[in-house]
Design a protein around this ligand. Structure first.
Ligand code: IPM
Ligand code: MN
Length: 320
């Protein structure tokens, strides 16, 4: 069969607005794409008792990739609830989270390790809540594959790679990440490689992010720095991401959350979801169409209306 099947997971809040907008853009491209909807999120959890029902996992497995909106994450523990995006990353072993930040003269890519670190899921309380015991798992295998993914990305870009860690304090875990990444990069003599402590990286990014090309880091640092980088380049409205592994299936999602405060008003900025759809097109080897969607989306301001911004993007898409 030719063509590709894409699973759309709206999720909660503005996910229900921005994913249909991204679908409209994909449909306007006249590619052999078909779509199916699947449920996940807090609403799904309240309805069915599972935030990521087995049916959704099966639909994802049977498709070529997934476009994911956003889900609402409760701030305190809710028995039985675990973030669907974390479960999808884990289920499909999507170890690389690629987060481009483009705008205001900045063009960088954060390559975030996506499977371990502070997101190991192994946390427990002791002493009546005064102490949290958290396993910050860092393995040589995961560090090696994320470093290699970052090197490959850098080779397609400006050939600069910064390894970001906190090995001065987290000597074992970040030490292993750092050593492994340095070892991997030594096999890429065409790359200019340097390293920064994560606090210094935050400072330098805020001072002047323009010299940065690719940054590779562990899970939580990548989560934080990718929001920071989004803030430098025009906000979360333009922040897209790809979760990819070594298999066929990737999950593509805007970096923003479900924004319950503005949900249902038709005002959400659809561009991060549309740029995530462009990353999906790249993944499916529709590179020309991805480039066209990207160029138009970066050039289109958000007018404050999801529908109008989406229509503006579609109208500006050059035909093939
Ligand atoms: C992100 C989000 C997620 C993360 C949350 C919703 C679990 O913040 O994709 O950046 O921390 O990875
Ligand atoms: Mn985040």
């Amino acid at each position: 069969m030719s063509g590709h099947l894409i699973t759309l997971i709206n999720g909660d809040g503005i996910g229900k607005e921005v994913i249909p907008a991204a679908r409209r853009v994909l449909e306007a491209l006249d590619l052999p794409l078909t779509f199916q909807d699947a449920d996940a999120g807090f609403g799904t959890f309240e309805r069915s008792g599972d935030a990521l029902p087995l049916e959704t996992i099966r639909l994802c497995e049977a498709s070529d990739s997934i476009l994911f909106g956003a889900t609402q994450s409760p701030l305190s523990k809710v028995a039985g609830y675990r973030s669907p995006i974390l479960r999808l990353r884990q289920h499909f072993d999507l170890f690389a989270n690629l987060r481009p930040a483009v705008g205001n003269g900045v063009d960088l890519l954060i390559v975030r390790e996506n499977t371990e670190g502070m997101y190991s899921g192994r946390e427990r309380l002791e002493d009546g809540g005064a102490t949290a015991i958290l396993d910050r798992v860092i393995t040589a295998r995961a560090s090696e594959r994320i470093a290699r993914a970052a090197c490959e990305q850098a080779q397609r870009r400006r050939r600069k790679l910064t390894i970001v860690h906190k090995a001065n304090v987290l000597k074992e875990t970040c030490g292993l990440f750092r050593q492994t990444a340095l070892m991997v990069t030594s096999a890429y003599p065409d790359l200019a490689v340097d390293e920064l402590l994560v606090d210094t990286a935050a400072l330098k990014l805020v001072q002047d992010a323009r010299p940065f090309d690719v940054l590779v880091t562990t899970n939580l640092f990548g989560d934080i720095l990718s929001d920071l980088a989004a803030g430098l380049t025009g906000g979360l409205g333009l922040a897209a991401s790809a979760n990819v592994g070594s298999g066929r299936i990737g999950v593509f999602e805007p970096v923003h959350g479900s924004a319950p405060d503005i949900a249902g008003q038709g005002t959400a900025d659809p561009r991060a979801a549309i740029l995530s759809a462009a990353l999906l097109l790249d993944h499916l080897s529709y590179a020309d169409q991805a480039a066209r969607v990207r160029a138009v989306t970066y050039a289109t301001p958000h007018t404050g209306s999801t529908a109008a911004t989406t229509a503006g993007i579609i109208a500006a898409l050059p035909t093939a």
